[in-house]
Design a protein around this ligand. Structure first.
Ligand SMILES: [Zn+2]
Ligand SMILES: [Zn+2]
Length: 169
């Protein structure tokens, strides 16, 4: 065995492997933007989160401070809760689940499954607008043949090819 100290990413991956139920529960909360449960989960799993977050916090202090200032308390609930609902309706016309089912819950580029993706990234597969204009139009083209399932890394690559378009749609 290598004596090398494990990185944050490796520790996260191992933790996810050891706690598949927690991973799924947390991804569900994030998906539904269930702020109360997310807060409770974070409290209950403080040790793990503190350990993993140390390095990130050290490198992103100002950014985190700004974020907290902006989204503290009720303001945060209001902004995020409303945002998710608007986002789903605006960008996917409520078709997300249907597209996932059509695509067999797999990334259409590399084939990673929803379950593996959850382990690797702690979040669900995304739906991508093939024309690359998911977040740049007031009314994106949400026809089924313009939507496909991608994993986080294939999604990022896809958008990097078309600089200027945002990644999360
Ligand atoms: Zn992929
Ligand atoms: Zn996309």
């Amino acid at each position: 065995m290598s004596p090398k100290k494990s990185t944050n990413a490796e520790r996260t991956k191992k933790w996810r492997k050891d706690n598949p139920d927690k991973v799924k529960a947390y991804a569900d909360m994030r998906y539904k933007r269930d702020i109360k449960k997310i807060k409770k989960y974070r409290n209950d799993n403080r040790e793990h989160r503190l350990e993993l977050g140390d390095e990130y916090r050290k490198n992103n202090r100002q950014e985190l401070r700004d974020w907290q200032k902006k989204y503290r308390g009720k303001e945060y609930d209001k902004v995020i809760g409303g945002e998710r609902k608007r986002h789903d309706k605006k960008y996917f016309d409520g078709l997300k689940e249907k597209i996932l089912e059509r695509d067999g819950y797999k990334c259409q580029k590399c084939g990673i499954s929803q379950k593996e993706h959850l382990l690797k990234n702690g979040r669900y597969l995304s739906i991508h607008h093939i024309d690359g204009k998911g977040s740049n139009l007031k009314k994106p083209n949400n026809s089924e043949d313009n939507l496909k399932t991608l994993c986080s890394s294939c999604h990022t690559k896809e958008h990097n090819k078309r600089r200027g378009f945002k990644v999360n749609s």
